[in-house]
Design a protein around this ligand. Structure first.
Ligand code: ADP
Ligand code: MG
Length: 709
């Protein structure tokens, strides 16, 4: 059972209204500042209270110059020994300051400082950089003081807030401080004990003290602990935020499950026709998952299921099979994929797999424009198309489904929770109190260790395709320096001669489609020079949708032997005859991305190869990654190693949490809190739904409504 929350923010009842007061009601916050505040989503007192510093600096003590360390933020004091101006590239004011222990240089570019005279006493605050003969400070904050009359130092650590241009740290700090003062949150009873068991969590729940503490940590607080995000006050709030998120997901699930869906009958004869039309037999893992799905769909509760399966495990056919069940019940199916290429590929597959039946399949993506698009809208609305495959376009406002029975989301980690729900709401039907909602199937190839998955996807039932189709040969992976490029090209020539098809993937650090496209162009030209007899294609993010699809199609038809590509081909692409994957600058990619890319080959029964080329000397981390790639083809093993190397946050990624964007929780530091958060959320939903609602209101940003209402 949950204990009674102590110091609960919501228990400050008389202040509750004030929490919602607009920040513009504070004296000195005019329209201009209000606008700036709004730009970073600060509207009310409550927003300010929850706007937490992302780091702190210590201005509570003066550091002796002899004790300075590189890159430390410090306060120093001393006498100005000399002042000079030099003109090199720009006008620079240079000033030497010394205390009794040493001296430093401070520099200001292009500024006049008339107060700076030899013998004046100055206090500076800034970062110590390495200079020629001593540490240097560039544009430090400073004040000139009488040595006999020094201003007092700060008594708490200074918060550094996320802010925006035109809203200074000082101004924002002042506003938040006034909000805190106004709300009179008492900072009594602060508990510095390390986080311990659920007890602390429950009694400290909704601790307004923790908020106050994190805005102004006392001067004896260990900055390193705060920076590592492992202070108990941070953990308490992270837990609360994660709990809010879990409450959102779980109550969503409850809401979905409380709705009805039309039970869909199974038509075994048609299912048999479908299976006979395939040129392969389903694996037993596929058959098991298909059964789990069919049971869901046949029930009066809407399906709400995540199917996880390694790359190449055959998730698409599972999706097609369960689509058939829906179609046979005269309902529509919507399939959402993260990229245009993938949507088109699904369309072609569904066309083939559903060919024994008379269903209309349409694509709705950015490539479908103008009049054509209007026509598709019309067909969706009047029910003359039954399978709608597309990208984000599927849940846009003008799309109205006539009878949506199933929503399938492929590569779900690419989408946010909200996008999933918006699409789901498209299928609402019936009166308000008896809504019939569509079934939902989400698929992901990102293997996530099970415990993590259970907590992160708290709202979904879970199936795993833990088997690859038979005859797959492990992909032989080799790791080579860019220096050996010539040898690689020679090897590729041979492989192409033997009838193999090759992906050649170029990567860049910058997330720029344009630059990546440039790099790919250069490489395809270079390869063409060295392999004049080989047909080389090029696909990248700057191409028009139609051009991309055209190239992919030619690659599929073997019209192209070597496909030079950027990471646009990363997810989902399936060309079974392609057997060679070359990845340039592989050291720049994370394990899951490498695994996804490598998963583009090894899809048929021919032996496949993956060549990871690295540009510079490998760092320790990238060497580890390459080793893991060479050792195993198993996505789950890779995910576990990845978890060990990088921590959970990176694996779940920001995408997993969709557009929620945590205020304080950081999945890489706080993943271990997830199971607790889930447990807390379950208890709260069952025993104290009012509190749950309040916690959700507090932590989840507005507009991220979880409710299906
Ligand atoms: P993923 O799970 O990565 O989405 P796909 O659905 O793209 O995998 O399937 C990979 C390839 O395996 C496709 O060419 C698909 O037709 C084929 N495939 C799927 N299931 C089987 C099976 N049981 N036996 C043989 N091939 C299969
Ligand atoms: Mg897939």
């Amino acid at each position: 059972m949950l204990g009674k929350p102590k110091n609960n923010l919501f228990k400050m009842t008389k202040k509750n209204n004030e929490l919602n007061s607009p920040l513009s009601s504070l004296p000195g916050v005019g329209p201009k500042i209000t606008q700036k505040l709004n730009n970073i989503n600060l509207f009310t007192f409550k927003d300010a209270l929850f706007h937490l510093p992302y780091r702190y600096v210590d201005r509570t003590k003066v550091t002796k110059i002899s004790d300075l360390k590189l890159n430390n933020y410090v306060v120093i004091e001393g006498e100005i020994e000399s002042v000079g101006i030099v003109f090199s590239k720009r006008r620079t004011l240079i000033c030497r300051i010394s205390d009794n222990y040493g001296s430093v240089i401070i520099k200001f570019y292009n500024s006049q400082k008339s107060q700076f005279i030899k013998g004046a006493y100055i206090r500076c605050f800034g970062i110590a950089h390495r200079g020629k003969s001593s540490f240097e400070f560039y544009h430090p904050e400073y004040s000139i003081m009488e040595k006999s009359n020094l201003k007092p130092l700060d008594t708490t650590l200074s918060p550094i807030y996320p802010t925006t241009i035109g809203l200074s740290q000082n101004k924002l700090r002042d506003i938040i401080k006034r909000v805190l003062d106004h709300l009179c949150i008492n900072q009594t009873d602060v508990d510095f004990k390390p986080l311990d068991s659920e007890k602390l969590i429950v009694t400290k729940f909704s601790s307004s003290e923790a908020l106050k503490f994190l805005h102004n940590p006392p001067s004896n607080t260990d900055l390193d602990v705060l920076e590592a995000r492992s202070h108990p006050m941070q953990k308490i709030l992270s837990l609360e935020e994660l709990t809010a998120y879990q409450i959102g997901l779980l109550s969503e699930r409850k809401a979905i499950k409380s709705h009805t869906s039309k039970p869909m009958f199974r038509d075994l004869e048609s299912e048999g026709i479908f299976l006979n039309n395939l040129n392969f037999k389903m694996t037993s893992a596929q058959t098991r998952v298909i059964k789990e799905i069919a049971d869901d769909i046949s029930s009066t509760k809407p399906m709400h299921r995540l199917v996880q399966g390694d790359v190449g495990s055959g998730k698409t056919i599972v999706a097609a099979f369960c689509s058939l069940q829906i179609l046979l019940n005269n309902k529509q199916v919507a399939i959402m994929a993260p990229t245009e290429i993938l949507a088109e590929q699904h369309r072609l597959n569904f066309l083939e797999w559903l060919s024994p039946f008379k269903y209309q399949i349409d694509l709705l993506s950015s490539k479908v424009k103008g009049k054509l698009r209007e026509e598709v809208y019309q067909k969706i609305e009047d029910g003359s198309t039954q399978v709608i495959i597309g990208t984000h376009a599927l849940f846009q406002e003008n799309v109205k489904y006539s009878a949506l029975g199933l929503v399938i989301i492929d590569e779900q980690h690419r989408f946010g929770v909200n996008q999933r729900l918006t699409l789901l709401k498209k299928g609402f039907n019936g009166p308000n109190d008896f809504k019939i909602i569509p079934n939902q199937l989400v698929m992901t190839a990102t293997p996530i260790p099970r415990t993590l998955a259970m907590s992160a996807y708290a709202d979904l039932d879970f199936s795993v395709i833990d088997e690859l189709p038979p005859g797959r040969q492990p992909i032989k992976t080799s790791v080579l320096s860019d220096q050996k490029r010539h040898g690689v090209i020679k090897k590729i020539k041979d492989l192409v001669k033997q009838g193999n098809q090759v992906y050649w993937v170029c990567t860049l650090i910058e997330e720029s489609d344009a630059l990546e496209a440039e790099a790919a162009k250069v490489i395809s030209a270079e390869l063409q020079l060295q392999m004049p007899a080989v047909s080389i294609g090029l696909v990248h993010g700057k191409l028009k949708a139609r051009e991309k699809l055209d190239i992919m199609d030619r690659f599929k038809r073997k019209d192209i032997n070597v496909l030079v590509a950027t990471t646009v081909i990363e997810v989902g692409v399936d060309v079974p005859d392609a057997t060679v994957m070359v990845i340039e600058n592989a050291e720049r990619l994370g394990l899951s991305q490498l695994h996804q890319l490598r998963g583009r080959v090894g899809r048929g029964s021919k032996p496949s190869y993956c060549i990871l080329m690295y540009g510079k000397k490998l760092s320790h981390m990238s060497r580890q990654r390459m080793e893991i790639m060479r050792e195993t083809n198993d996505g789950f093993k890779i995910a576990e190693k990845d978890l060990a190397i990088r921590g959970a946050g990176e694996i779940l990624g920001t995408r997993q949490t969709g557009d929620i964007g945590f205020k304080i929780a950081d999945l890489s530091a706080d993943a271990s809190l997830l199971p607790l958060a889930k447990q807390n959320a379950e208890e709260i939903i069952d025993n104290n739904p009012d509190l749950g609602q309040k916690i959700v209101n507090n932590w989840l940003p507005k507009g991220n409504e979880f409710s299906l209402a």
